[in-house]
Write a protein that binds this ligand. Structure first.
Ligand code: NDP
Ligand code: OXD
Length: 314
């Protein structure tokens, strides 16, 4: 039985090494080396080249090497096989670290103190709100949104969240549906986006949505934090909102085009933090371990876990 590593933009070698160690009774094949198509039972994908998974007659499952699966659905020739996505504490913890870090960076006005340090300025004339003064709205209350919400709550932030289906979470005000989104936005000082990219969510963070965030909050304007996907945001609208004061600041890990083009104004905007889509870059061992455990369970006859719903697209 063979596992095909089908990735682009990543070095496949560490994945091969990790899977060979974890699944010694399986062969590991690489796209850029000759392999027997009939022997492939599983494919592990990160942005696999379109068409790479077709004509694999024995394929039983596709494993996304990320929590998001929009990159898998980008293949118009995707075979109709179960798709498993990553749900692993290593990834979840790292994402929450990133979200909490940026919530605190904006809460405590870190940019200002970085500038002051560079300029050797000792001024402390700004009243700072505490976390308990700030209402955070989390779009997406899935595995990542729930964990980030709980950790923000533990720091004292007031937290609300929005999801497709209604939810009930301890100490988090939960909203769903379009009227729920409306209610959440108008009370939100910091918007954290951890939604998947689907037909329903593409471009959701646009001028209209940003204009509905609370502008009278203690931070002097709303903050936008996105580690979901770049396709969720309209970058021209974000820049316009930052320039006009509709937004006070932003932290972006994901972009409409990645790598972020060198000429994007987001790189240099003084109110923007940019990270290179690495909010939750997990260890190869942790993710390969997740995949190997799933394959072993499947071969014992157990059901695959964390299956993606093709109809919903996540
Ligand atoms: P989940 O599938 O667990 O959660 C998705 C959440 O979004 C759910 O609460 C879901 O609602 C909600 N949702 C989906 N569509 C809609 C909609 N149309 N309206 C309202 N709510 C909606 O995903 P994860 O939490 O594991 O991951 C979220 C995303 O984070 C991934 O898809 C990926 O794009 C991104 N990601 C980014 C990383 C990075 O490094 N930047 C790393 C890992 C993930 P419901 O609960 O009702 O289904
Ligand atoms: C993911 C990612 O989806 O890293 O896991 O973006």
């Amino acid at each position: 039985m063979t596992v095909l590593i089908a990735v682009s933009g990543w070095d496949p070698t560490p994945w091969r090494r990790a899977l060979e160690a974890l699944l010694p009774t399986h062969r590991i094949a690489m796209l850029d080396e000759p392999f027997d198509r009939a022997s492939i039972r599983y494919a592990v994908s990160w942005r696999h080249p379109p068409g790479a998974l077709k004509a694999l007659p024995g394929l039983e499952a596709i494993f996304s090497l990320g929590a998001g699966v929009d990159h898998v659905f980008a293949d118009p020739a995707l075979p109709d096989k179960p798709i498993v996505r990553i749900v692993d504490p290593d990834l979840t913890d790292r994402m929450s670290e990133w979200v909490v870090m940026h919530a605190l960076v904006h809460l405590r006005g870190l940019r200002r103190y970085e500038r002051q340090q560079r300029e050797r300025v000792w001024t402390d004339d700004e009243e700072q709100p505490t976390a308990g003064d700030i209402q955070v709205g989390v779009l997406g209350l899935g595995v990542l949104g729930k964990d980030a919400a709980a950790k923000l709550k533990a720091l004292g932030f007031m937290v609300a969240g929005w999801s497709a289906s209604p939810k009930s979470l301890p100490d988090v005000a939960c909203f769903s549906g379009l009227d729920g989104l409306e209610r959440l936005l108008k009370q939100t000082d910091m918007l954290v986006v951890l939604l998947p990219l689907t037909e329903a969510t593409r471009g959701i963070v646009n001028a209209s949505l940003l204009a509905r965030l609370r502008r009278s909050g203690p931070l002097g304007g709303p903050i936008f934090i996105n580690a979901g996907r770049g396709g969720l945001q309209v970058e021209a609208d974000i820049l316009a909102a930052l320039d006009s004061g509709v937004l006070k600041g932003a932290s972006l890990d994901v972009f409409e085009r990645e790598p972020l083009p060198k000429d994007s104004r987001l790189w240099t905007h003084p109110a923007v933090y940019v990270s290179p889509h690495n909010a939750a870059v997990s260890s190869t061992e942790a993710i390969a371990g997740f995949v190997a455990r799933q394959i072993e369970a499947h071969e014992r006859g157990e059901p695959l876990a964390h299956l993606v719903d093709r109809r919903r697209g996540y």
